[in-house]
Design a protein around this ligand. Structure first.
Ligand code: PHE
Ligand code: ZN
Ligand code: ZN
Length: 438
């Protein structure tokens, strides 16, 4: 009887076993495709630009070949791009001037007027009208400073870095502004104030655009809640985004292709998010459109953003808050996801550590909606500590991804061994949910 049942099982579903390994060569093949897409479309795959659309077409085509019905979920977002580097000129041109995200375009000349940190409307006195406002970074958002400046009739705003900070900085005004807003070093800010007049030139472009999430789901042999796995498919406009985040996208695609050949017990839903780099727009849109019932049907959301960093660590989201840092524990079920990843790395003798939910990737809308979350992350622009170098190898004092958000985030920026480990961890953990009794 038992042997009959077993025989039947193997006949009906010869492949109905969990997928525990995926080929890193296949993942690298998708990564090369994303690199070549960026090469053919101006060096990036950013949302709202042709490199993103080509990336979405690539994922959708591979999914359809694997038998999926693909959903392209459209949504709009505020597209921003710096068209030309900012110019700031007094008696001579300043170096290291950054255009803040959502700065307006303009070419203005005016007298520099200091306005403290610009966090109070009164910081910009009458003298600020048509002048170039100079404020220090900190105490309130860039947006508040810019809005106070605009209301006072300031022609352009220069934000100087805080005392003790080296060089300039990047930042976002969050909502589009008419006023040109640039960032400079602390020292440059002091020098600007010593000029009789300064010229500020920014060339930016802001408009509402439509882009798409790519979504597909497997069949299932028994009904039950859905396991979701996602990766953002867009890059920043500055580069091809191969570690951030063709790495997660490629691994997810290969897992979807493999799962397309079997029928798991529980449905697996895959999502490639658009416009993550513009503020998690695609994943926020997706979660906002779920009904309460649909939300409850998602057992867990697993996030894969930057999983092949060249100077890596293996960070697993701290679902149970055992690290007692920052955000509290994730929604119920998040601890289980963390444990599954930990066990995978432990079983292979690979080091790992917890990382806090900081709200800066696509798991955040799920977490805020009370859905269990988990996932992997191998490091961005933050420097590797001596302790991390001891545990993981690599170089202390160097960024985990020195090409983070830069033009050099190319194929050569990805550590294939790291990507092999994380891709397989992804396959393993998704399979644990998809075949809950194994
Ligand atoms: N979401 C960030 C980015 O894409 C990086 C990041 C990845 C942060 C994973 C936290 C966790 O730029
Ligand atoms: Zn990024
Ligand atoms: Zn990312």
């Amino acid at each position: 009887m038992l042997t009959h049942a077993l025989l039947l099982l193997t006949l009906v579903a010869p492949d109905a076993r969990l997928i525990d390994t995926i080929s890193v060569d296949a993942v690298m093949g998708h990564l090369r495709a994303f690199q070549s897409i960026a090469d053919r479309h101006g060096g990036n795959r950013a949302a709202g630009l042709p490199g993103y659309d080509a990336s979405a077409d690539y994922v959708a085509a591979r999914l359809r070949e694997a038998g999926y019905t693909v959903e392209l979920q459209p949504f709009t977002f505020e597209f921003f791009r710096e068209i030309r580097p900012a110019l700031l000129k007094g008696r001579r041109a300043f170096k290291g001037v950054t255009t803040l995200r959502f700065s307006g375009s303009g070419d203005v000349t005016g007298r520099p007027v200091g306005a403290g940190d610009g966090c109070q409307a009164a910081d910009f006195g009458r003298a600020a009208r048509r002048a170039v406002g100079v404020v220090s970074r900190g105490s309130c958002s860039f947006r508040v400073k810019a809005e106070h400046a605009a209301r006072a009739g300031v022609a352009a705003l220069v934000v100087a870095n805080q005392r003790g900070e080296q060089g300039t900085f990047k930042g976002s005004l969050v909502v589009p502004q008419r006023l040109p807003v640039v960032g400079v070093s602390h020292e440059a800010g002091r020098q600007v104030l010593r000029q009789g007049g300064v010229r500020v030139v920014t060339r930016t472009r802001t408009d509402r655009r439509t882009t798409r999430n790519v979504i597909a789901q497997t069949a299932a042999t028994s009904p039950g809640r859905v396991v979701m796995a996602g990766a953002h498919l867009d890059s920043v406009p500055e580069g091809p985004g191969i570690n951030d985040n063709a790495s997660g996208s490629a691994a997810l695609l290969e897992l979807a292709i493999r799962l397309g050949r079997t029928t798991p017990e529980r449905p697996v839903r895959f999502a490639w998010w658009g416009a993550e780099e513009q503020g998690l727009i695609g994943s926020k849109h997706y979660v906002a459109r779920l009904s309460e019932r649909q939300r409850e049907r998602i057992e867990v959301y697993l996030n894969f953003d930057m999983i092949g960093s060249p100077n890596h660590t293996y960070a697993i989201f701290d679902g149970d808050d055992s690290d007692k840092k920052g955000a509290k524990a994730g929604p119920p079920g998040s601890a289980r996801a963390e444990r599954y990843f930990q066990r995978y790395f432990d079983a292979r003798g690979l080091p790992h550590h917890g990382t806090d939910f900081k709200g800066n990737s696509d798991y955040d809308p799920f977490l805020k909606a009370g859905i269990a979350v988990g996932g992997l992350f191998t490091g961005a622009g933050d420097l590797k500590t001596a302790e991390e170098a001891r545990r993981y190898g690599g170089t202390a004092g160097r960024a985990k991804d020195p090409c983070y958000h830069e033009a050099c985030d190319k194929l050569a920026n990805v550590n294939e061994k790291v990507l092999e480990a994380t891709s397989n961890a992804m396959a393993h953990v998704v399979s644990k949910y998809a075949w809950p009794r194994t």
